[in-house]
Write a protein of this length. Structure first.
Ligand SMILES: NC(=O)C1=CN([C@@H]2O[C@H](COP(=O)(O)OP(=O)(O)OC[C@H]3O[C@@H](n4cnc5c(N)ncnc54)[C@H](O)[C@@H]3O)[C@@H](O)[C@H]2O)C=CC1
Ligand SMILES: O=C(O)C(=O)COP(=O)(O)O
Length: 526
């Protein structure tokens, strides 16, 4: 039974779903990295929010981990390259908390416009400060939207409803989408110059880090109000403090900080500064949404191989997964076969599908070929990290989908490019389920690839099979199945024999000495 750890505070419905679906679940929150490291090895899945930091160090200790599910959007607390290298899938729930976070940005905008937190505090102190809080209207004002993705576009629609004008800066926003959203697409400088309020909704990347730097803050309109409900690090906090102190920025509201938890900050206590402790996603509705989604996604993957909202592998729906499963087994066997036969000589790989296979999502098939192929180098390769490892090794990977009718109802062909030319193997599914090799380096040969197998290339000649049988018999090697193919009579022949165990180097050397033998190799399949 798979086992999942929930390591951040999550709606109890997440644990309930895991249990309902037959997954063992532990909920242990607030652990130090050392504590998490000590127990993570027991788990197949990890469900987190933003508090758990999944570093390379944690991943190195996560010897059974297959999938990380982020109940939320931002995954900057997960070392995704390290997870990918270890073959661990990283998923998020990209929409579950977007409305809630957009509403928090709007709430902070109003809180800034009317100085609500300070007015509330002073009123409750008995000061009745009726003349101390002159606010501004948002109607007719310009909202500068930095980042017009899921949350940004919800903020825009709410702001338009409030009769604001919205100017958006997002390099990936198309003019058509801007029209559809009812916003004016602008470059950053134009936005900075025009906006009365600026709200940030981008991930933290090398391009967005410090996007509101000291220099850019200086380009804003005097009296601008700034809201950040996206990620700490988008705004230069020291420069913001100066701009608030000088009065250039009339107010700022941060839900997120460069260092979290933010227990101290030069901004604390600054007039017209408001903050919340990363509450953007904290509503009942959003937390139920993300908890349900993350639990279903992790369960689908751990139980059926379905992949939804993964950030480091192509998606694979729970409906597709069972159809693709036998193909992925076939693809992995073909990859393993060429990997074991050609190994280091491989410079590129082409994966072709035809017949029924051409109707399926090809990415997982290609990933499975690469997993089989790369397993020659490491036991820990799987279809998640195989494409990364293949890239690291500089393998040129191509995918081809044929519409043509072939000899088989369904076929997967793997061709590897080597200095000696292209070499190709192909396989089909019998009864839509059973992988079967049908072609090996241009020779038609039908074989199940399983267990220990002997691969022999020889010159087709009478008596060879008898001599081979005697050599193996004398060495007490039992033959399970025997598959033979040849280019033409008297030409090159290929033999694939399944044997009941490993064959010693001495026996392989004896086979090599038989007349006509060109190549002998012991292969191992799952
Ligand atoms: N405070 C909180 O509790 C929460 C914060 N968030 C954060 O909100 C942010 C936005 O989330 P979504 O809208 O769902 O993401 P999204 O991926 O839908 O949108 C992000 C947008 O940023 C744009 N972008 C990327 N690089 C940019 C650049 N250099 N300049 C301008 N725009 C750029 C992208 O094109 C995209 O349209 C994320 O960082 C997420 O982690 C999300 C949920 C809750
Ligand atoms: O979804 C996100 O990106 C968030 O920042 C929400 O964070 P949280 O799950 O509330 O710790």
């Amino acid at each position: 039974m798979p086992k999942v750890l929930i390591s951040d505070k999550m709606d109890p419905r997440a644990a309930a779903i895991f249990r309902e679906r037959g997954i063992e679940v532990d909920e242990i929150t607030g652990q130090t990295p050392e504590e998490l490291k000590a127990i993570i090895g027991q788990y197949d899945g990890l469900a987190i929010r933003s508090s758990t930091k999944v570093t390379k160090d944690i991943l190195d200790a996560a010897t059974n981990l297959k999938v990380i599910g982020r109940a939320g959007i931002g995954v900057d607390n997960v070392d995704i390259p390290a997870a990918s290298a270890k073959g661990v899938i990283v998923m998020n729930t990209p929409f579950g908390n977007s409305i809630t976070t957009a509403e928090h940005a709007i709430a902070l905008m109003f809180a800034l416009a009317r100085q609500l937190p300070e007015a509330n505090a002073q009123t409750q102190q008995g000061l009745w400060p009726k003349n101390g809080f002159m606010g501004v209207e948002v109607t007719g004002k310009t909202l500068g939207l930095i980042g017009a993705g899921n949350i940004g576009s919800i903020v825009a629609s709410r702001a338009l409803g409030l009769k604001m004008k919205v100017v958006a800066f997002d390099p990936f926003l198309t003019p058509e989408r801007a029209v559809e959203m009812g916003v004016e697409k602008a470059d950053l400088d134009t936005l900075l110059a025009k906006a009365d309020f600026i709200t940030l909704h981008t991930p933290l990347t090398d391009q967005t880090r410090n996007i509101l730097s000291k220099e850019n803050l200086a380009k804003t309109k005097k009296g601008v109000r700034i809201i950040n409900c996206a990620r700490g690090g988008l705004v230069d906090e020291a420069a913001l403090k100066e701009a608030l102190d000088s009065g250039h920025v009339a107010g700022a509201a941060l839900d997120v900080f460069a260092t979290e938890p933010a227990k101290e900050s030069p901004l604390f206590g600054t007039p017209n500064f408001i903050c919340t402790p990363h509450l953007g996603a904290s509503t009942d509705e959003a937390q139920v949404n993300v908890a349900l989604q993350v639990a279903e996604q992790l369960s689908d993957y751990l139980l059926d191989g379905g992949i939804t909202n993964a950030l480091n592998v192509p998606s694979l729906s729970a409906e597709e997964a069972p159809k693709l499963k036998p193909y992925m087994a076939l693809a992995e066997e073909l990859g393993s076969l060429v990997g074991q036969l050609e190994g280091d000589k491989i410079q590129g790989v082409s994966v072709e599908v035809e017949g029924h296979a051409a109707e399926l999502n090809q990415k997982p098939i290609t990933a499975a070929v690469l997993a089989g192929l790369m397993r020659v180098y490491s036991d820990t390769v799987n279809m998640v990290n195989a494409p990364f490892l293949a890239k690291e090794r500089g393998l040129d990977v191509r995918e081809v989908r044929h519409d043509r009718e072939g000899d088989y109802q369904t076929l997967v062909r793997v061709t590897v490019k080597t200095e000696a030319g292209d070499k190709s193997v192909a396989g089909t599914l019998f009864g839509n389920a059973q992988p079967r090799l049908v072609e090996l380096f241009g020779i038609k040969v039908e074989a199940d690839l399983a267990g220990h197998m002997l691969y022999i290339v020889n010159q087709d000649a009478p008596g060879f099979i008898g001599r081979l049988g005697s050599t193996l018999g004398e060495a007490n090697v039992n033959i399970g199945t025997f598959h033979l193919g040849r280019r033409n009579q008297g030409g090159e022949a290929v033999l694939l024999l399944s044997v009941d165990g490993a064959v010693s180097e001495e026996v392989l050397a004896d086979i090599c000495k038989l007349t006509g033998v060109k190549t002998v190799k012991l292969l191992r399949f799952a």
